[in-house]
Design a protein around this ligand. Structure first.
Ligand SMILES: NC(=O)c1ccc[n+]([C@@H]2O[C@H](COP(=O)([O-])OP(=O)(O)OC[C@H]3O[C@@H](n4cnc5c(N)ncnc54)[C@H](O)[C@@H]3O)[C@@H](O)[C@H]2O)c1
Ligand SMILES: O=C(O)C(=O)C[C@@H](O)[C@H](O)[C@H](O)COP(=O)(O)O
Ligand SMILES: [Zn+2]
Length: 346
């Protein structure tokens, strides 16, 4: 097993272990005195992996109640959040109990926000079951839901008490969902680590499993460094948003149904690189293509820019966007929003 300690305001470990799901009860028992656990998942993960998790948790002495919701980004919404609060309330969850998010980024983000707000805060554990969730959403404490006005506009910072990444669990992912996770992995290479980018570009969707644990470890470790330096996203952490200014806009334009987050990020990275660092375009696009990710979007820029006006990186009438001039090196650029629009519409 590999362990990465995340030294944020509330420090915790990320465990990376094949077969870790079957030991989750034991690991959770080590970090909490809780006896009651509220497990939140979606309907696909429920069928594939819930039983393994519950068996282990019950063996470790937890009394578990389970809430399942329909899979997909549409569930990361206010209505579903309300139903989660009702579930936590009817399950008798107290501040001393534990909430477990078993699923992809959607389960993790909404469960995390419920844990941040229910009773003004209950400890929670992330058991990420998609590649995207293992390398990104389960670590760092950003929790959120979407509202019609934009992506992740309502949320809180709430660090999990533990993260358990089991790469065996990723074997049940379809190629499409695996590919979406690669969007964020490519992002890490682009912003911080040329060697990681080289490792990724020397593989493809069919061969990526052979370097899965190494890749997950490297991505989580980059996220650790960035989040430890800027937990609350006021400076350096914004680099983790590379590709997201336009990516989130594409997701919003599609009403959170037509395109996944990881695919949106890939398209967003390619679009900004095309315009502002074209010398990197060919290499980035080739890498995205190897993982069957989009390298752009047909949506007119004029229809995407209104979504960018709601970006959380905005300050007054300026936007902070992320650019890489070289692979492995990123910078944050602050520009008046009108100037950003002019650059994007070129
Ligand atoms: N909080 C953060 O820092 C952060 C970082 C990146 C992304 N996100 C958010 O994460 C979300 C995207 O996460 P995602 O890509 O995991 O999407 P997701 O949670 O919707 O999962 C994608 C699909 O995979 C299915 N699935 C999950 N695990 C599976 C498994 N092991 N086998 C088979 N199917 C499985 C799900 O049921 C779903 O249909 C977005 O809402 C995005 O905004 C948050
Ligand atoms: O952890 C971060 O910081 C990130 O930006 C990671 C992103 O991959 C993730 O999609 C995040 O949820 C986006 O955050 P937001 O603040 O733009 O909503
Ligand atoms: Zn993301």
């Amino acid at each position: 097993m590999k362990k990465i300690r995340i030294n944020t305001s509330a420090p915790y470990d990320v465990l990376i272990e094949r077969g870790g799901l079957g030991k989750c009860g034991e690991y959770i028992a080590e970090i909490t005195a809780a006896r009651k656990a509220a497990v939140i998942t979606d309907d696909i993960v429920e069928k594939l992996h819930l039983e393994t998790a519950l068996e282990s948790m019950k063996k470790a002495g937890f009394e578990c109640s389970v809430y399942t919701f329909p899979n997909g980004e549409k569930s990361k919404c206010l209505d579903n959040l309300g139903r989660i609060y009702d579930f936590l309330c009817s399950s008798g969850i107290t501040r001393k109990d534990i909430i477990v998010a078993l699923g992809g980024g959607v389960v993790g983000d909404i469960t995390g926000f419920a844990a941040a707000s229910y009773l003004r805060g209950v400890d929670f554990v992330q058991i990420p079951t998609t590649l995207l969730a293992q390398v990104d959403s389960s670590v760092g404490g950003k929790t959120a839901i979407d509202i019609p006005g934009g992506k992740n506009l309502v949320g809180a910072f709430k660090q999990p008490a533990l993260v358990i990444c089991d790469s065996d669990v990723l074997k049940t992912l379809s190629d499409d969902i695996l590919s979406e996770g690669m969007g964020e992995c490519i992002k890490y290479g682009m912003i911080r680590d040329e060697k990681l980018f080289e490792l990724i570009e020397s593989h493809d969707l069919a061969s990526i499993d052979s370097i899965m644990d190494e890749m997950v470890y490297k991505c989580v470790d980059i996220k650790r460094q960035v989040v430890e330096n800027d937990e609350f996203d006021r400076g350096e952490r914004m680099i983790l948003n590379f590709g997201h200014t336009l990516g989130h806009a594409i997701e919003g334009w599609h009403h959170y149904t037509g395109i996944s987050h990881g695919a949106g990020v890939a398209a967003g990275m390619c679009m900004i690189i095309d315009r502002l660092a074209p010398q990197l375009s060919e290499r980035l696009k080739k890498c995205c293509e190897a993982y069957k990710l989009p390298t752009g979007s047909d949506i007119p820029m004029s229809e995407l820019l209104p979504f960018c006006s709601k970006d959380k990186k905005n300050e007054f009438s300026s936007i902070n966007y992320i650019i890489c001039k070289e692979i492995g090196r990123s910078e944050i650029v602050k520009l008046p929003f009108t100037e950003f629009c002019r650059l994007m519409e070129k």
